[in-house]
Design a protein around this ligand. Structure first.
Ligand code: MG
Length: 430
């Protein structure tokens, strides 16, 4: 079984995430990286995981700077002065989870090749350095202040907005409220005491977890509500009326101010209406980031609430995104802008299929026979373009299922794209 997913390693502490394993990962990373900066989110197990990492890193001679409790984008940006950055976090997963994410000096997370290399060498178990070469550990002060000052330089300070911020008791509690006050905002905080047991609500920033924020924004004179996940790389929002700005809506709002954007294959055609040049990548912020570099594009995002601004960093930065949204809310009437965004009907369903891989291979040949090359994208499953819409056929990563999604300008067209895809799927199965 593969240790790493697309976002590093994650699992339940002392089941998958054991001190032995983390120590071994620390040794492997420490062999290639002499100077490492380390941060953690608010989870109570962060001390144990950090200690195991430090033990591994220093045992092979690496020096470690401890940035302490910081948001993931803060740590990713600090990595630019080091050989690499390591963040102890399980993002939006429940409190029993923890994990590690690795960052390159340009703020991008380790790609699949780098992770496979670590995984291979963890199994081999690297040897220790001699005692006099064991690395040192020092505190690193000022990561949060540096992150804030970089954002202020780009966004400025004159924003007379009232903003309610829900940090899900995660690591953004230590930065976003302070940043927005520096920007001139009146800030009301909600669930912004660091507490990795996530006592208020689950830390995934989806509308159903954010009912308190929604009603507070709606029933007050606030201009905006902002929410983060447990480690602050994601951001979603509510406009002054308490309408949810997440997923494709916020993606569209951001995308329209950039000429070249990267979004995953499952994102809406609204983006094609608003941005000049759209590239579609595999689903996952790591892949969006990889594609951004390859295409030298200006903005990348995922409907999950992940926003990447390469001029700031190649890693998702929910804190910067929050500041940018505040700026946008001064420059425009967000709620009417959102109301004016096109919205298209969608249909989604899944079919239970055990032999997913074989079926997908046959389906790819069938589509190659029926569609032209520029109508097809195989970055993640099969995305096919139609006159007034598109469809996506993707195997589930975890279940014996193949999912079909269709979006088009009218209900009839959605139905026809969906049925056509379903039909092709049953043809290759029989
Ligand atoms: Mg996260």
């Amino acid at each position: 079984m593969s240790l790493f997913g697309s976002s590093g390693i994650r699992g339940i502490v002392n089941e998958k995430i054991t001190p032995d394993l983390i120590h071994e990962i620390g040794k492997t990373v420490g062999e290639d990286n002499q100077e490492v900066i380390l941060g953690r989110d608010t989870r109570p197990t962060g001390d144990m995981v950090s200690s195991a990492l430090i033990s591994g890193l220093t045992s092979v001679g690496a020096d470690v700077k401890r940035a302490g409790m910081v948001s993931t984008p803060t740590l990713a940006q600090s990595a630019n002065e080091f050989d690499c950055g390591i963040m102890v976090t399980a993002s939006h997963n429940p409190e029993e989870y923890n994990g590690i994410k690795f960052w390159n000096p340009d703020g991008s997370s380790f790609d699949s090749e780098q992770m496979e290399e670590i995984e291979r060498r963890v199994k081999e178990k690297s040897s220790l350095s001699s005692w006099e070469k064991v690395g040192r550990v020092e505190r690193y002060e000022g990561a949060i202040e540096e992150h804030i000052s970089r954002i202020l330089k780009k966004i400025g300070r004159e924003y007379d907005q009232k903003v309610i911020v829900d940090c899900a008791n995660g690591a953004a509690s230590l930065i976003t409220p302070y940043l927005l006050r520096e920007m001139g905002c009146e800030v009301v905080t909600l669930n912004s005491q660091p507490d990795g047991t996530f006592p208020a609500h689950e830390s995934e920033p989806v509308e159903e977890n954010l009912t308190d924020l929604k009603s507070l924004v709606k029933n007050s004179d606030a201009d905006l509500g902002i929410a983060h996940d447990g480690d602050g790389d994601r951001m979603v929002a509510f406009d002054e009326n308490g309408s949810y700005l997440g997923g494709d809506r916020l993606l569209a709002l951001f995308a329209r101010s950039f000429s070249s954007v990267v979004v995953p294959v499952n994102s809406s055609m609204v983006i094609d209406d608003l941005a000049d040049k759209v590239t579609r990548s595999k689903v996952g912020d790591v892949y969006v980031s990889e594609k951004l570099k390859e295409k030298n594009a200006e903005f990348g995002g995922e409907p999950s609430g992940t926003w990447i601004f390469p001029k700031v960093s190649y890693g998702p930065d929910g804190v910067y995104a929050a500041a940018l949204l505040v700026k946008m809310s001064v420059e425009m009437d967000l709620s009417s802008e959102v109301d004016q965004l096109p919205s298209y009907p969608r249909k989604k369903s899944s079919v239970k299929i055990e032999e997913k891989r074989e079926v997908m291979e046959n389906l790819i040949s069938l589509y190659q026979d029926t569609y032209s090359e520029n109508e097809l994208n195989f970055a993640d499953g099969i995305r096919f373009e139609e006159e007034n819409g598109w469809g996506l056929i993707r195997a589930s990563g975890t279940e014996p299922k193949i999912r079909i999604t269709a979006e088009a300008r009218s209900e009839e067209e959605v139905e026809s794209i969906f049925e056509n895809a379903k039909d092709k799927l049953s043809r290759v199965r029989s």
